[in-house]
Design a binder for this molecule. Structure first.
Ligand SMILES: Nc1ncnc2c1ncn2[C@@H]1O[C@H](COP(=O)(O)OP(=O)(O)OP(=O)(O)O)[C@@H](O)[C@H]1O
Ligand SMILES: [Mg+2]
Length: 437
């Protein structure tokens, strides 16, 4: 039992792993099992650990050698980002609107290009709003199943008791409310791709069922014994650290390995800051086309803010901000067109002429974020009040003066319970008082 005598090591450095070495170890393991008539529990445990270590080594090879390292050795690695993108275009790669030349993004696209024509499962991870769903579409669009169904399932949004029926369908009468036979998502995705979004939120019971489908390539509708063969390519996505979830027992390790044969990680926007100006221009043009208006210009201080902002919501947040500016600003967008919660505080005090936003609300706020919100609201109100006084209650004039969209301004006035009529009356009274003096 040669393998049982081999020293066990927790982790093998990637450089020390080779296919030949792994095959040799697998052969030893196989012959151990072939010639052993009886194994004691401790020996079984040890064999299991060695099998797991082998699996880890294969996974490391799969990720590093077959994809990343293989790609690194190709001459195109020395190419500039623009040339790498051009090379993808020349190979008729379908980008599905993915924009950017950041090396980490290009690497993800190049891995997607290699993975797409295979049926290997792909796990995409990255922070919220980094483009995971977009990447899943890219993989589908570049594969042989492109003209077949692409079915997206948000695993985090299905209540536990409906999960099985949602994924695998049900027979009529299987449970109260099951009035008809119903196809599940897997059957709908037959011959195509199923995108399992937020896979980290799948409860353990659902993980077991999913694992069974991945192993057997067949499903059973709830309330039926009849197996139905499904041929579905799996792409999963998460913004969780699934490796850590496995260590914490929240995600099945065997399912993790099944899903992550190919692993694509998308960079956060703060790792590709150099591209922010390009993304602002790209989404600025897109927003202008959608809203049928001329692209909005940005003041230097707004541009500066947007270049240095942290973007916890990544590209989705940047895109939303640009659409908001395009909708609310006139010719020129400025800091005050930003959403309240991200607007820099200093600009608020500047905007209201140094008035300090320190009402009772802040004194009674129960948290820092609450205090910030209150301060921001108070500053907004003070700004609007002073503006209305200056223009004698004429909203159109106020909108013109601060280059704000009139209906947005009306909305803000309503929010603060400010009535332009009151300011017009006050202005009239002041005029009357002056004329009688
Ligand atoms: N590289 C990119 N180029 C162009 N648009 C992008 C890019 N990445 C993301 N987007 C856009 O940003 C938005 C968010 O992308 P997507 O929904 O794919 O992110 P996600 O990672 O799935 O987010 P979440 O974790 O919140 O589900 C979409 O409108 C998408 O089109
Ligand atoms: Mg998503």
């Amino acid at each position: 039992m040669k393998i049982l005598d081999q020293p066990e090591s927790d982790s093998v450095p990637a450089s020390a792993i080779s296919y030949a070495g792994i095959i040799e170890k697998i052969e030893i393991l196989r012959s151990t099992l072939r010639w052993t008539s009886r194994l004691e529990r401790p020996e079984i445990e040890k064999l299991l650990r060695q099998a797991s270590a082998l699996r880890d080594e294969v996974m490391q090879l799969s990720h590093k050698e077959r994809f990343v390292q293989a790609a690194a050795s190709e001459p195109k690695r020395e190419l500039s980002a623009a040339a790498r993108r051009q090379a993808l275009i020349e190979r008729s790669f379908v980008f599905e609107g993915t924009f950017g030349d950041n090396p980490k993004l290009l690497e993800a696209l190049e891995i997607a290009e290699k993975a797409a024509p295979t049926d290997l499962p792909v796990l995409i991870d990255g922070e919220s709003g980094t483009g995971k769903e977009l990447m899943a579409k890219v993989i589908h669009a570049n594969g042989s199943r492109a003209d077949k169904p692409y079915i997206s399932v948000n695993c985090g949004a299905i209540p536990d008791n409906l999960l099985e029926s949602e994924l695998f369908g049900h027979r009529r009468g299987a449970f109260t409310g099951a009035t008809n036979d119903r196809k599940g998502k897997f059957e709908s995705a037959h011959t195509g791709t199923i995108f399992l979004d937020e896979i980290g939120e799948l409860p353990l019971s659902g993980q077991v069922k999913l694992l069974r489908v991945l192993e057997a390539h067949e499903i059973q509708r709830v309330g039926s014994d009849e197996p139905i063969a499904v041929d579905t390519r799996i792409v999963a996505a998460t913004n969780r650290n699934l490796r850590r979830f496995c260590d914490e027992g929240r995600f099945r390790e065997d399912l993790y390995y099944r899903l992550s044969v190919i692993h694509v990680t998308l960079p956060a926007l703060r790792e590709r800051r150099d591209e922010i100006p390009l993304l602002l221009a790209y989404f600025g043009d897109e927003a202008a086309a959608t809203l049928k208006r001329r692209p909005v210009k940005m003041s230097p201080r707004l541009r500066d803010f947007l270049r240095h902002y942290e973007y916890p919501g990544n590209i989705r947040e940047l895109r939303n901000v640009v659409y908001r500016l395009a909708c609310l600003a006139g010719e020129m967008a400025d800091i005050e067109h930003l959403p309240l919660d991200i607007r820099p505080k200093s600009s608020l005090s500047l905007a209201i002429g140094g008035a300090s936003a320190s009402g009772d609300g802040i004194a009674t706020a129960s948290s820092l974020s609450e205090a910030k919100r209150v301060a921001s609201d108070e500053a907004e109100r003070a700004f609007l009040e002073r503006g209305l006084q200056e223009v004698g209650g004429t909203v159109a004039e106020l909108a013109r003066r601060y280059e704000m969209n009139r209906s947005h301004l009306q909305m803000l006035l309503k929010k603060h319970g400010l009535h332009s009529k009151d300011f017009r009356l006050a202005a009239q009274k002041a005029r009357d008082a002056r004329s009688t003096d």
